[in-house]
Design a protein around this ligand. Sequence first.
Ligand SMILES: C[S@@+](CC[C@H](N)C(=O)[O-])C[C@H]1O[C@@H](n2cnc3c(N)ncnc32)[C@H](O)[C@@H]1O
Length: 195
Amino acid sequence: MKNHWDSFNKLDKFYDVDSLRLIRKFIIENAISVFEGACGNGYLIYSLRKDGYKGKYLGSDFSDGMLKNSKENNPDEDFVEIDLTQKINLSDNSFDVTVVDDGIYYILDYQPVIEELKRITKKYIILTYESDFYDGKDDFVIPGGTSYKYNKDKFYNFVDNIGLKIIKHSLMNEVDTNNLKTYQKVIVILEKIWP
Ligand SMILES: C[S@@+](CC[C@H](N)C(=O)[O-])C[C@H]1O[C@@H](n2cnc3c(N)ncnc32)[C@H](O)[C@@H]1O
C-alpha cells in the first residue's frame, strides 16, 4: 500500500476545490498551528501560505515519494514520515488543528487513528472523505479499491464517546480541473470537547 503512493507524480493534485477553501478559511480563523496527516504533495500548506497563513505547520505522510514531492513544493516547510496507523511521536495537544484530507478512508480501523489524532490536537480535527459515509450496517471495502466506507452512525457514536463534537458535516460537489471530472466530498470538523 505504501509503495502504491511512492511513485505518484507531484502534479497529481495541485488544483483547488471548495472543501480546501473551506479548510483554509477555518484554519486561518481558528489556528496558529496545524498538523497534517497524509499530506500527499503538500498542496494544503502551499495554498494556505498563499492565503496568508503565518502559523506553525508540520506535514506528514507515510510515503517517501509523497514526502519528497511535498518538500520540493514547499522547501521552507517541515515534513516528517508518519504512518497514521502507528503511535505518533508528538506530545499531547501539540497543534491547534489537525487535518487529514482524503487520507483517513485508506484505513479500516480508524478508531485508534482518530484517538491518536485527538491526543496530539488541542482544538479541532478536520477530516475529508470522497463521497458520503455509508449508512449501512458495517464498514466495508469499496469494491476494486484499497479504500473504505464507514458506517455513519458508528462513526458518529465513536467520536461522541471519545469527546469529539461534530461541528460540521457537509457534502460538497467538487471539480477536479486537472482531469475535468466531478466528485463529491464530505468534510467533517470535530471539536475536542474533553481530553
Ligand atoms: C489521495 S492522497 C491525498 C493527499 C493529500 N492529503 C491531498 O488531499 O492531496 C492519500 C494520501 O494518504 C497517504 N496515506 C495513506 N495511508 C496512510 C497512512 N496509513 N499513514 C500516512 N499516510 C497515508 C498516501 O501516501 C497519500 O499521500
